[in-house]
Design a protein around this ligand. Structure first.
Ligand code: ADP
Length: 526
């Protein structure tokens, strides 16, 4: 019923907004920001989810969560801290040591995960609306791309549950040797705000498929959708204590989780600085293994043979997708000198055409940044770019006077040593740099502390092969970008992180390998 309400609301908004194709020249919907669409979705869950029940924080405290379109409060959410983390870890511990989850057959676990995916599908429009409301990403993106991807991720991991098994090892001696792949135990997981549901899936999917129990801390900016899907997981038959969700701040709830002595593994996605803190807390407490997915400053390399129009569109997508709030954003656009001028001209025109406004409206490509802190940070980088010798081609300021909207911005003539070419801006700011030859661009692209991803745009197979092997990054997208299928591993080289998420590789993060060695009575039958 709620889904119908939202659809009718969206179709009303459609008729009151211009179709995308006749939109004048970008930044065109500032007026819409004065009158934001109020999604007709009820915020049902704002408490902590511990041991299968929604409960208040032990301190009784709450914190506000916002609509980034307006900066207005949309709900008050229970604020978990160390006390709540203790309760959640105790529930997860009991569920692991005594509960049915790790002991039930892998097939039964898969069935519960699949039932959950079905429930999410049934509630997907309401969930997408909640994601847009709390995060500011476009409803189009949330409903058409992220919710289906979320469901797909759980289908993928349900598929793995009963295919996780060890080996029989031909040891040198009269022994029967086998390896058992066992769940690690209680997994602590800390996720960021830029893809609240997708990050939930990347973390929770493999941990549950392997039979672990979980304490998940959501980002303080976006606590709502995880609580909603947490409820659905229990409706699907997940036993109490298997998935506990604590909303709260990083230095209190997050740090308590990373340093907890009874948490067996920690997985984190966020900034490199916070990742270092999490690793330190993990090492100083009980030496729990850590998976870290951190920052990036990905090069996107447009070679001399490129079809410029296509390269412009892909480079635009690589940077501006999700308001530029992607750890793997193609935020250093290297363009060969032979096509540079044409590229800059066309990239600027494309950025000017980008439609910014109420993310609930059809045809809008860009919503607001997540919060005032990120908004101010991006504005500081815009100032830094304008004070350098980079050339501001378009944008460079906020959009409107309400909420956290920023004009799509393009800087050309960017040099490698400028702050805007070195730091992760996490906003809609494209930096274009000129290069002369492949050796030079390889060296420059790799001269960064990050190594999360890279994009290569060329029609020449040899160039593609050379670049994809030479670039020090966890993912190289050739003539594509941001392809995030569940089966493709994702993670960083260098200070972009440790370990891989998604894919078969992610299972190793949540498994212990036990060797079982038994003497053979009759060595003749080795
Ligand atoms: P950003 O700067 O993009 O918000 P952070 O890395 O600070 O990224 O945040 C990502 C996640 O890490 C959030 O859930 C946040 O609450 C959490 N976090 C922040 N500080 C800490 C900390 N000291 N210990 C553990 N988690 C933290």
């Amino acid at each position: 019923m709620a889904a119908r309400r939202i659809s009718s609301l969206l179709s009303r908004s459609l008729s009151s907004s211009l179709p995308f194709s006749v939109r004048p020249k970008g930044y065109s919907t500032a007026a819409a920001l004065e009158n934001p669409i109020i999604p007709n979705v009820e915020i049902k869950h704002t408490q902590l989810l511990i041991n299968g029940e929604f409960v208040d924080a032990a301190s009784g405290k709450t914190f506000p969560t916002y609509d980034p379109r307006t900066g207005e409060v949309i709900a008050h959410v229970a604020e978990g801290d160390a006390q709540d983390i203790n309760l959640a870890v105790a529930a997860a511990r009991k569920a692991f040591d005594e509960g049915p989850w790790p002991k039930m057959t892998a097939y039964e676990r898969a069935r519960i995960i699949l039932r959950f995916a079905d429930l999410v599908e049934q509630h997907s429009e309401e969930l997408a609306a909640l994601e847009t409301w709390n995060n500011g990403k476009t409803f189009q993106q949330a409903s058409k791309a992220e919710l289906p991807m979320f469901v797909r991720k759980f289908h993928y991991y349900a598929g793995w549950a009963d295919k996780i098994h060890g080996l029989t090892v031909p040891a040198d001696g009269p022994y029967h040797v086998q390896t058992l792949h066992e769940p690690i135990g209680v997994a602590g997981q800390i996720i960021p705000w830029n893809f609240p549901l997708i990050m939930f899936a990347w973390k929770v999917g493999p941990a549950l498929a392997c039979g672990n129990t979980i304490v998940l801390k959501t980002a303080e900016q976006t606590p709502l959708t995880a609580l909603y899907v947490g409820k659905l997981f229990h409706e699907a038959g997940l036993p109490p204590g298997v998935l506990n969700i604590v909303s709260g701040y990083g230095p209190s709830a997050g740090a308590a989780l990373a340093s907890h002595m009874d948490v067996d593994k920690i997985a984190f996605t966020g900034s490199t600085e916070t990742g270092k803190t999490v690793l330190e807390l993990a090492a100083k407490s009980n030496l729990k293994p850590a998976t870290l997915e951190l920052g990036g400053k990905s090069p996107f390399i447009v070679c001399e043979d490129a079809d410029v129009d296509k390269a412009v569109e892909l480079a635009h997508f690589a940077l501006f997708f999700n308001q530029g709030q992607c750890c793997c954003a193609g935020s250093r656009t290297y363009v060969h000198e032979s096509v540079y001028d044409e590229f800059v001209e066309k990239a600027t025109q494309r950025a000017k055409r980008r439609t910014v406004g109420d993310p609930f409206k059809s045809g809008i490509e860009q919503g607001p940044q997540i919060d005032t802190e990120q908004f101010q940070k991006v504005l500081r980088y815009l100032k830094s770019g304008m004070e350098s010798n980079a050339k501001l081609e378009c944008g460079g300021d906020r959009l409107g006077s309400k909420g956290f909207f920023i004009q799509p911005t393009v800087f050309s003539n960017v040099q490698d040593d400028m702050l805007i070419a070195q730091d992760e801006i996490f906003g809609p700011v494209q930096s274009i740099l000129k290069f002369k030859d492949l050796d030079e661009v390889i060296q420059r692209a790799n001269t960064t502390k990050y190594g999360l991803a890279a994009g290569v745009f060329t029609q020449n197979l040899n160039t593609a092969n050379t670049l994809s092997r030479a670039l020090r990054a966890g993912t190289v997208w050739v003539n594509c970008f941001d392809v995030f299928d569940a089966a493709i591993p994702f993670g960083g080289y260098k200070m972009s992180g440790i370990g891989r998420e998604k894919s078969v590789y992610s299972l190793n993060n949540y498994l212990q390998v036990k060797a079982v060695v038994t003497p053979l009575k009759n060595p003749a039958w080795l």
